[in-house]
Design a protein around this ligand. Sequence first.
Ligand code: ABC
Ligand code: CA
Length: 475
Amino acid sequence: LSNDAMRQRRVYQLVTDRFASPSNSSSAPCNVASAPYCGGTYKGIVGKLDYIKGMGFDTVWISPVVSNIGGTTGHGQAYHGYWTLDPAKLNDNFGTADDLKALSAALHAKGMYLMVDIVVNHVAATSGSSFSPSSSYGQFSTAASYHPFCWITDYTNQTQVEQCWLGDDQVALPDLNTDSSTVSAYWNAWIKKLVSDYSIDLIRIDTVKHVAQSFWPSFLASAGVGNVGEVLDGSPSYVGAYQKSAQINPFNYPIYYPLVRAFNGTGGNMTELINMSGSVKSSFSDPTLLGGFLNNHDNPRFESWVSDAALIKNAHAYSFVSDSVPYLYYGSEAGFKGGADPLNREPLWTSNFNTGSDLYKFFASLNAARAAAGNASTSFYTTQMTLTSLSAKDLLIAKGPLLSVLTSRGASGASNSINIPQTSSGWGNNVAITDALTCAQFNTASNGALSVPIEGGMPRVLIETSKRGSLCSNS
Ligand code: ABC
Ligand code: CA
């Protein structure tokens, strides 16, 4: 997958076990707090591809697919897929190899892409620090495949981060010796085969910062597909190094924390977000290849902290109108509010896969706006955004033909108009402008400036009407 193709993706992240079950019963039980397998499968996903495509996403990120440790641990069961047992085998809780191939084929038939989550840093065990590998671990059945035991206790010590173990006494994540050529050669052959066996289009790489940077280039070359990598850290220089030196396209964790703070209350200030976007530009080789997100399976949902519907929409909109490739974590469109892991991994079937909800349509509009901007201008995806503060609470994001106003005023905030000068928009005099979110139309003044009303604290996502294509064509 070329970088150009990568930038055009719009990704829907789901937890396979929690997205859809073949039975499709909206009342199938799932006690998220006790963290069991709840029955979601690849077949279930196939049945709901139109639900995902209808929201404008073209890529589906599924949970890790390999076989995991069985039974119930102090942290529940391995329903999330991150507790590898034998990477040469599949996790049959989600279906058969043929079911996974059928999911891949069904996506491709709809012009969509399959992104699979992969873990090379560790396996898992309930024996804690006394772990000793057995033949159940396949290739990794002897101690030589592992870094010797030590827990990671100091995240500022990079040697520890790379060589000590994640996890705890309930579930240890024995750290593979990815510095050894035997282990790295196995992983390189493994990823090549996995990608080929299941026609995988993209990989999401787990625990990137826990593996030496030197591991990644040859691994990625073997994979031969586009990647997004989890470098869970808020520092732009730290995360940026993985793009500059290891060919990883990280999730934009550096912007995540200021993004949450900008919108987690009415009156949130845009300055930190603007400053961080500048640091991201200078710390990464290409910010247009990062993964932008508000929610994922590791952090409490934004909606667990904030109930104001306008703040929620503004915060979500950022990932769709800014430089990164947008990611939406399943359930955001259903208004889920789950807190810390495991509560943020609710079963989606309880929502009845409602395509008529306000939030479902909101995300569809954001994706449509991004697509329209890309169709209007071939350089949209590579053009880096400009962030301008319109006031302490109001932010203007200009990216090619797309101009967005985000605000932390909140649903009951002031409803005055905002002025966007021609110097920011580049729009002509007396031209028609469409708001992708409401399909409302505005006109620039005779000096090219646009006065746009902010209503109910809602964001605006604006594009010239002549460039909107099929966006809002029903209105
Ligand atoms: C289970 C239970 C949880 C329980 C936990 C101890 O054990 O479910 O209830 O609290 C999988 C499962 C989890 C499971 C874990 C462990 O395995 O999904 O449910 O938790 O058994 C990836 C995946 C994640 C996955 C794994 C393991 C790794 O996305 O889903 O978890 O395969 C670290 C890793 C990161 C990892 C994350 C969970 O842990 O680096 O790859 N995610 C600091 C550190 C980070 C660290 C983070 C953890 O804390 O620097 O390295 O992430 O909270 C910023 C700073 C950051 C700082 C953050 C918190 O603040 O800049 O550095 O991150 O400001
Ligand atoms: Ca490691």
